[in-house]
Write a protein that binds this ligand. Structure first.
Ligand SMILES: C[S@@+](CC[C@H](N)C(=O)[O-])C[C@H]1O[C@@H](n2cnc3c(N)ncnc32)[C@H](O)[C@@H]1O
Length: 226
C-alpha cells in the first residue's frame, strides 16, 4: 500500500485539476456514484454526517441536503483548499488521517468514504476508525474500486487505468506520473466480497454491496449495531 506521505504528495499535486479529471475520466458519471453513496449512508435526514478522505469534498457536497451538518476530513491540504473554494463554507473541512480520525467515539450519525479505503496504508484500520466514530445504528457507505473478479472487469480496469487515466492526466496536466499508482493500488486491494467480509469482521451489520459501471466501481454499505 502507498505510504501516507507519498499519497498526500500525489493528491497535493493534482488537487487543482482533480474535479475536472474525474468528470472527463468517468464520462461524467462520477458525481452520480457519489450521490448514490450519500443516499446509501443517509437514506433519511441525519444530524451530523462525516466524509472521510473528502478530498475536494465531492461526496460531502452530496450529503449537504441529507444532514444538518457535514464534516469532511483529508490528509491533503491542497485537496481541502481546492474544495473549500467550491464548498463555500457549507462543509467543515478538516485536516486529518483516516487511520486516526480526530473525533470522539460515536460522534457521527453516518459516514462515507470515497476512493480511499484502498489508498490508506492500513485499510482495516480505516474501517475500524469509521466504526469507532459512528454512533450505534449509524450507517457507513464505502465507494471504491475493488480488485476485478472476472476477465471482462479485468480488461476494463486495465484499459481504464493503463490507457484512459494516463491520457486524461496528460491532457489536463501534461504529466501521467501521479495517476500511475492507481492500477497497482487496485491490484493490491480487496475484491468486493473480501471488502464485505472485512466490514463484517470490523463489526458492521447488514453489509451489502452493489457493483456499478460494469464492475469498475463498488458501493458497500453497513450499519453499526445498536
Ligand atoms: C481519490 S481521492 C478521493 C476524494 C473524494 N473522496 C472523492 O470522492 O473525490 C482520495 C483522497 O484520499 C485522501 N487520503 C489518502 N490517504 C488518506 C488518509 N490516510 N487519511 C485521510 N485522507 C487520505 C487523499 O488526500 C485524497 O484526497
Amino acid at each position: 500500500m502507498p505510504e501516507a506521505r507519498r499519497v498526500r504528495a500525489i493528491f497535493d499535486s493534482i488537487a487543482p485539476r482533480y474535479d475536472r479529471f474525474n468528470r472527463i475520466a468517468t464520462l461524467n458519471r462520477d458525481q452520480a456514484w457519489r450521490a448514490r453513496t450519500a443516499r446509501a449512508a443517509a437514506p433519511s435526514h441525519v444530524g451530523h454526517a462525516l466524509d472521510v478522505a473528502t478530498g475536494t469534498g465531492l461526496v460531502a457536497r452530496e450529503l449537504l441536503d441529507r444532514a444538518d451538518r457535514v464534516t469532511g476530513v483529508d490528509l491533503s491540504l491542497e485537496m481541502l483548499r481546492s474544495g473549500e473554494e467550491t464548498n463555500a463554507g457549507r462543509v467543515s473541512m478538516l485536516a486529518g488521517d483516516a487511520l486516526s480520525l480526530p473525533f470522539k467515539d460515536a460522534s457521527f450519525d453516518c459516514a462515507t468514504i470515497g476512493y480511499d479505503v484502498r489508498n490508506t496504508a492500513d485499510p482495516q484500520r480505516s474501517l475500524d476508525e469509521l466504526f469507532r466514530v459512528l454512533r450505534p445504528g449509524g450507517r457507513v457507505a464505502v465507494l471504491d474500486i475493488c480488485r476485478p473478479t472476472s476477465a471482462t472487469q479485468e480488461l476494463l480496469c486495465r484499459t481504464v487505468f493503463r490507457v484512459i487515466v494516463p491520457m486524461v492526466g496528460r491532457l489536463l496536466a501534461g504529466k501521467t506520473g501521479p495517476y500511475c499508482y492507481l492500477l497497482q493500488s487496485v491490484d493490491d486491494f480487496d475484491t468486493p466480497d473480501e471488502l464485505a467480509a472485512s466490514m463484517r469482521a470490523t463489526g458492521f451489520d447488514d453489509v451489502t454491496f452493489e457493483v456499478l459501471y460494469l464492475g469498475l466501481v463498488t458501493l458497500h454499505v453497513g450499519v453499526k449495531p445498536s
